[in-house]
Design a protein around this ligand. Structure first.
Ligand code: TXA
Ligand code: MG
Length: 324
């Protein structure tokens, strides 16, 4: 089904003041942008096909790319997906939180097929904060991709949502900057093995500590998770990772005390003290801010690949990937 949205005025309303209005819109099958602990999501009733189609329409997202289904409780998650012992252990340890589990669908689940893009698995997550509360009040799960036009940077502030989806959605709930700043970690089972499908807000090492062995890693080829197109999270400017020098006309995204030599135009440092959690928080906002100055290119300093660095480097490499 295809629903064409007439341009509308996008309102940004503080979380408490806008909560009831958001619930009403969701009940009417309209998408609403809502903060989570990772990034802002564009939420709609996961059981309602027309509501889901409005998410795809607003984002300009290809409909073969499935959505994460957000739940309020483990019980709700278990009515949608089949949890084995490992999945249960991970949910108990990390939920609510920045972990998405890709699991087999439970027979008689109530998720609309449009949210699943025809797969036999479902991505489920119990988020922290307003989105979880809305699921609770609605009594139904909410599908929510990041609240940006498809292929753009994920929004970590209400202003970033409003800029990306202006005129495409009616309401953004403003809960301030998102504390984690990168999307959830996605873990699934492929050929009986636990696989890291997307590095994210919970470091792989923390997950490995719970399951007791290393996670399989996928090449980011787009095979397992349809949304993992090589070029993603892209600003307008070109991105040059692992830069040791800056050229004239380039902006610099620095990290820690790493010295990058050359002509420094605009510089933002993700974390002068070299803290990866702080760097994750700042990543999308700083990329967006540097991009707004229209540099020829954004040079990005080397960022360590451990802990949250894996998610940060993944996003930088995607932003740097060749585009169509
Ligand atoms: O932190 C987050 O995960 C945010 C907040 C709003 O929860 N959401 C988010 O959603 O980042 P989105 O749609 O931007 O990214 C979800 C990714 C997509 O790459 C999609 O292809 C993948 O999850 N995905 C969804 N269902 C899947 C499935 N059944 N199997 C494999 N990948 C799946
Ligand atoms: Mg996204």
């Amino acid at each position: 089904m295809r629903v064409t949205l007439a341009p509308m005025k996008t309102k940004v309303v503080p979380l408490e003041a806008g909560f009831d209005g958001a619930l009403l819109l969701l009940q009417q099958g309209k998408p609403v942008a809502v903060p989570t602990e990772t990034v802002y999501g564009l939420a709609a009733d996961a059981t309602d096909g027309a509501a889901i189609s409005r998410i795809y329409e607003a984002k300009g997202r290809p409909s073969f790319n499935p959505l994460i289904v957000h739940v309020h409780s483990l019980e709700m998650a278990q009515s949608i997906a089949v949890f084995d012992t490992q999945a249960l252990a991970l949910a108990e340890k990390f939920w609510p939180g920045a972990l998405t589990l890709v699991l087999p669908l439970k027979p008689n689940h109530n998720i609309h097929p449009l949210a699943l893009a025809g797969l036999e698995t479902v991505a489920v997550r119990m988020p922290v904060g307003a989105l979880r509360e809305l699921v609770n009040k609605l009594g139904r799960p909410l599908a929510a991709p990041s609240a940006n036009r498809s292929g753009q940077l994920s929004p970590t502030s209400a202003a970033a949502v409003a800029e990306s989806l202006d005129g495409k959605i009616g309401l953004v709930l403003d809960g301030g900057p998102t504390p984690i700043g990168v999307e959830s970690t996605i873990v699934g089972k492929t050929d009986g093995q636990l696989t890291l499908l997307r590095a994210g807000g919970i470091a792989a090492l923390q997950i490995e500590a719970v399951v007791g062995f290393p996670l399989n890693r996928v090449q980011n080829s787009g095979v397992v998770a349809p949304g993992m197109l090589a070029s993603h999270y892209a600003p307008n400017a070109k991105i040059r990772p692992n830069a040791v020098t800056v050229e004239k006309g380039e902006a610099l995204l620095a990290f820690g005390y790493n010295a990058v030599s050359g002509e420094h135009g605009s510089v933002l440092n993700l974390s002068p003290k070299g803290d990866l959690a702080e760097a994750a928080q700042n990543l999308f906002g700083y990329l967006r801010a540097l991009d707004a100055e229209n540099p020829t290119c954004i040079a990005v300093a080397t960022i360590p690949d451990h802990g949250l660095g894996e998610a940060i480097n993944d996003r930088i490499l995607r932003a740097a990937a060749p585009r169509d």
